[in-house]
Ligand binder design. Sequence first.
Ligand SMILES: [Zn+2]
Length: 89
Amino acid sequence: MSMKYKFMNNDDVSQRILICPGCGEQLTCADIEIFPACPFCNHRLEKNGELEDFILEPLVRRWINRYNTPFIVDSPPPVTFRADLRHGD
Ligand SMILES: [Zn+2]
């Protein structure tokens, strides 16, 4: 697979920057996760494995971090009954 895209911060997946092939702007995965085009020049980003990794790796990394974190059980919010929701009687 040929390297189509240029990236910065490759050593930190969550801080990875994609260099737009059209205008050279620095894009984060949040910039293109909704629509795969450069928000600066509207360059349509061609889907390939690199681009998929760029989008997915931070997500996967977050998921793994969460998986490794001891599970914290939040106490459920107190249940409140509203008198006006009662029926009958
Ligand atoms: Zn661009």
